[in-house]
Design a protein around this ligand. Structure first.
Ligand code: ADP
Length: 400
C-alpha cells in the first residue's frame, strides 16, 4: 500500500466525486471534496492537502481562477495542483498549466491509472509549457481574466441598480402603508382615551381594565408606525435644531417610562446632571431615548433594573442606558443597528418589535455628530452609551 495522503478534490459533479473518492479511498487516501472554488480555498487552508485535483469547469470562480488563487498562497507553493477535466479543446492543457496547474488528467478518468498518476505528482512530477509559448499564453490568460472581471463588474452594477430600485419601491410601499394605518389608528386611540376618561359613559372595572389593555396595544402599534414612518422620512427630514435643556426636557418621557417600568416590576433609576443647553432636535432625541428605554424595559424581566444617566462634560453630553436584561450575543452587536435586524435567538425571540428602533437611534445620533455604542453580556444585561458633542460636526449635513 502507498503512503496515505490527504487529497483535496474541487468538483461539483457528484458522480465524479464518488468515483475519485472510491478509487483513491481504496488506496488508503483521504479525499476531501469541495463543491466550488471558494470552498476549495477554505478547505486547502484548513487541511494542508498533499495534492489538489481541480475540475476546470466548476461554476462561479472557475477551475483556472481557483488554481491561480491557490497557487498564490505561500503555504501551497509546493503542493501539486492537477487539472482533471473533460475539456478536450486544443490548448486546454496549456491553459491549465499557465493558470498554475502542475499537470492535466483528462476525463473520463482511467480508474486503473489514477492512483499511479497521483503518486507521480506527489513524488515531484511537473508538466510544463514550452518556453516560447509561455508569454503569449500568459497574455491570453490575463486578457481572459480581465474580460471576466469586466463582465462581473457589469453584472454587479446592474444587480446593484435593480436592488436600489427595489429598495426605493419597498420604502415607498412601507411609507404608504404606515400612513394608511396611522389614520384609523389615530381615531381608535382617540376613542379609547375618551372611554378611559369616562367621557362616553361610565365603565365597570373589568371594562376599564380591558380598555387599558387596548390602550397599551394601540400605543405599541403607534410606536411601531412612528418608527416605520420616521425611517422612511429620515433621509429628507431636516434636523430642527434648538437650544435644548436636556435634563428638563427628558422629564415627561421619564415619568411615562417610570409608570411602565413599575407595571413591569422593573426599577428605573435616574441620574441627571444639570446640563447646559445643547443645540439639538428635541423630537428626534425623544425618539432616541424612547427607543433605548423601551428596549431596556422590553428585554428586561420582573425584578430587573434600568439606569438612565445623563452626564455633562465640558465638550460633550453622555447619556447611558443600562439594563439587566437578556443581553445581546457578541456576534450580533454590530448588526443590531441595521434596519429590520432582530437577534434571532431564544433570548430575544419572545419580545415584540420590528428591528427599526436602533437603526433610527444611530441615524439621529450620527446626524447630531454624535456616536452610539453598546456593550453587553448575555443573561447579564446591556449598556448603550450616546455621546453628543457640543461642537457639532454633522456628518450628513443637517439632515436627520
Ligand atoms: P426591536 O426592539 O423593535 O426589535 P431594535 O432596533 O430596537 O428593534 O433592536 C434590534 C435588536 O437588538 C432587538 O430585536 C434585540 O434583539 C436587540 N436589542 C436591542 N436592545 C436590546 C437590549 N437592551 N437588550 C437586549 N437586546 C437588545
Amino acid at each position: 500500500m502507498p503512503e496515505p495522503y490527504i487529497i483535496l478534490y474541487i468538483e461539483d459533479n457528484r458522480d465524479n466525486q464518488r468515483l475519485v473518492q472510491r478509487v483513491l479511498g481504496a488506496q488508503g487516501h483521504t479525499v476531501l471534496i469541495a463543491e466550488d472554488g471558494p470552498t476549495g480555498l477554505a478547505l486547502a487552508r484548513e487541511s494542508s492537502p498533499s495534492l489538489i485535483l481541480v475540475d476546470l469547469r466548476i461554476p462561479g470562480l472557475d477551475g483556472y481562477e481557483t488554481t491561480t488563487r491557490l497557487r498564490s498562497l505561500p503555504y501551497l507553493q509546493q503542493t501539486p495542483i492537477v487539472a482533471i477535466t473533460a475539456d478536450d479543446q486544443p490548448g486546454a492543457r496549456e491553459q491549465a498549466l499557465i493558470a498554475g496547474c502542475d499537470g492535466y488528467i483528462a476525463k473520463p478518468i482511467d480508474t486503473r491509472r489514477l492512483p499511479l498518476q497521483i503518486s507521480e505528482f506527489i513524488a515531484g512530477k511537473r508538466e510544463t509549457v514550452p518556453q516560447p509559448d509561455e508569454t503569449p499564453l500568459l497574455r491570453a490568460y490575463i486578457r481572459k481574466l480581465v474580460e471576466r472581471l469586466e463582465q462581473q463588474v457589469r453584472e454587479l452594477s446592474a444587480a446593484n441598480a435593480e436592488l436600489q430600485e427595489l429598495d426605493r419601491l419597498k420604502s415607498q410601499f412601507l411609507s404608504t402603508l404606515s400612513h394608511e394605518l396611522r389614520t384609523p389608528l389615530t381615531s381608535l386611540i382617540g376613542y379609547i382615551e375618551l372611554f378611559g376618561q369616562g367621557m362616553l359613559g361610565p365603565l365597570s372595572d373589568v371594562q376599564m381594565q380591558a380598555m387599558m389593555v387596548m390602550q397599551r396595544s394601540a400605543d405599541t402599534l403607534s410606536q411601531h408606525l412612528n418608527n416605520l414612518l420616521y425611517l422612511q422620512e429620515i433621509r429628507s427630514t431636516q434636523l430642527a435644531l434648538e437650544p435644548l435643556v436636556l435634563h428638563e426636557w427628558i422629564i415627561p418621557l421619564l415619568k411615562e417610562m417610570s409608570g411602565r417600568a413599575q407595571q413591569a416590576e422593573v426599577r428605573l433609576q435616574v441620574k441627571l446632571d444639570i446640563v447646559a443647553p445643547l443645540e439639538a432636535d428635541g423630537r428626534a432625541l425623544e425618539l432616541v431615548m424612547r427607543n433605548l428605554l423601551d428596549n431596556a424595559l422590553k428585554f428586561n424581566q420582573p425584578g430587573g433594573h434600568i439606569l438612565f444617566a445623563v452626564r455633562d462634560e465640558p465638550a460633550q453630553v453622555v447619556v447611558r442606558v443600562e439594563d439587566t436584561g437578556c443581553g445581546i450575543p457578541n456576534e450580533a452587536l454590530d448588526k443590531i443597528f441595521l434596519p429590520f435586524y432582530r437577534v434571532d435567538s431564544s433570548l430575544a425571540r419572545p419580545y415584540p418589535g420590528n428591528g427599526l428602533g436602533l437603526a433610527i437611534v444611530r441615524h439621529i445620533i450620527e446626524a447630531h455628530g454624535g456616536q452610539v455604542t453598546v456593550r453587553s453580556v448575555v443573561q447579564r444585561g446591556s449598556v448603550f452609551t450616546i455621546v453628543l458633542p457640543r461642537e457639532q460636526e454633522r456628518s450628513v449635513g443637517d439632515q436627520v
